[in-house]
Design a protein around this ligand. Structure first.
Ligand code: NAP
Length: 239
């Protein structure tokens, strides 16, 4: 049975989001790919899959934009089986340490990367509830969002944002408790060459990562008891 899948942050051909879109389309699913702005890569994909790919414009930093996108999608699609919150932003000072970084950048990163997925979940929740499967939400987090495993002195905004996303995930686990029609996880997707550069030492291409994640997500769809922060290898990761 084909699934209705929505992925946020899908406009870059080398990125994980775009490659998740490609993978689900290859498998015969209906895919909603969200972008902030027009993407040539997605427009080309639309020519190949005109019936099954829907491109939706949405800025996850804006509640009004997310709600307008949800209203638009509800005219076209009656349910969602899977929501993948993949979009992320970082500040220009992401690589700097505490004494060098402009701390005023941090709030924007947290707003888009952690509050953004919550806006999306809230606006698209009614479509997930209409899934005939368990409506699944996968928040793409990072090992950098683990507080107990933190070793870095840089990536302050990114780490704080992903830790906040992990907290949001746990809050929603509590909110949905007892409701077996919705399930939610946060996941470290692996170390991936999302910049598409051949000299990037990360072991996985974005496409390889997407194939691994698609299989893992399906295995976890009805797992309501397991740890909520997992890796692309299906292992538990400490918060
Ligand atoms: N690469 C790794 O090894 C690794 C490791 C751990 C976790 N991750 C996670 O994996 C995911 C994918 O990584 P990536 O490098 O492929 O991501 P990316 O390309 O840097 O970002 C994904 C997309 O997010 C979009 N975005 C940014 N701000 C947005 C906003 N306000 N509203 C809507 N969309 C917005 C961007 O859109 P524009 O194209 O318009 O800018 C971009 O296309 C991220 O969540 C990342 O944190 C990656």
């Amino acid at each position: 049975m084909s699934r209705n899948v929505m992925v946020t942050g899908t406009g870059r051909a080398s990125g994980l989001g775009y490659n998740l879109v490609v993978r689900y389309l290859e498998l015969g699913d209906n895919v909603v790919a969200t972008v902030r702005k027009q993407s040539d890569a997605l427009e080309s994909l639309k020519e190949k899959y005109p019936e099954r790919l829907t491109i939706l414009t949405m800025d996850i930093g804006s509640t009004a934009s997310v709600e307008a996108a949800a209203d638009e999608l509800k005219q076209k699609m009656d349910h969602l089986d899977l929501l993948i919150n993949n979009a992320v932003t970082v500040s220009p000072d992401c690589d700097k340490g505490f004494f060098e970084a402009d701390l005023d950048y941090i709030a924007k990163t947290v707003d888009v990367t952690a509050v953004g997925p919550m806006r999306v979940i809230k606006a698209f929740y009614s479509l997930l509830k209409k899934s005939e499967m368990t409506g699944l939400i996968m928040n793409i987090s990072s090992e950098a969002g683990s507080i107990s495993k933190c070793y870095r002195t840089n990536l302050i905004d990114y780490g704080m944002a992903k830790a906040a996303l992990n907290m949001a995930t746990m809050n929603l686990v509590n909110t949905f408790k007892g409701d077996r029609s919705i399930n939610i996880f946060c996941i470290h997707p692996g170390w991936i060459r999302t910049d598409g550069r051949a000299d990037n030492p990360a072991p996985l291409s974005s496409y390889e990562a997407a194939c691994i994640l698609e299989e893992l997500f399906e295995k976890r769809r009805n797992d309501f008891e397991g740890h909520r922060f997992i890796t692309n290898e299906g292992k538990d990761y400490p918060f």
